[in-house]
Write a protein that binds this ligand. Structure first.
Ligand SMILES: [Zn+2]
Ligand SMILES: [Zn+2]
Length: 111
């Protein structure tokens, strides 16, 4: 196999783009970024619970938003919202998640 120069240090390597040392450093950096993205956003538990809540809602009510300071209405743009906000100690359990359409969700958060 042809050797290529490492993208970082230019040393010839059999790896596709980086020498062993810089490949390892790059991988560490990727893992770190992926980890911090999860911490910054919502965690895996939230993703799982939110998907389940949404699926349940669609199965039971169909494409209908329960409404926030508005009557229930049909919506294809449903999102999952925390009943007790995380900023006030709410958690990501299914009991604390509810379904709202995007419009109702932003009305709730902009009040
Ligand atoms: Zn290198
Ligand atoms: Zn709505």
């Amino acid at each position: 196999m042809r050797r290529r120069p490492c993208l970082v240090c230019g040393r010839l390597t059999r790896n596709p783009s980086r020498c062993d040392q810089h490949q390892a450093e790059w991988q560490t950096e990727q893992d770190r970024r992926r980890g911090s993205a999860t911490q910054r956003g919502y965690g895996a538990a939230y993703q799982r619970n939110a998907a389940a809540v949404l699926a349940d809602h669609r199965r039971t009510h169909g494409a209908v938003c329960p409404g926030y300071s508005a009557p229930a209405h049909p919506s294809t743009d449903l999102t999952v919202d925390h009943i007790l906000p995380k900023s006030r100690g709410g958690d990501d359990e299914r009991e604390n998640l509810t379904v709202l359409c995007r419009a109702c969700n932003s009305r709730k958060h902009n009040r």
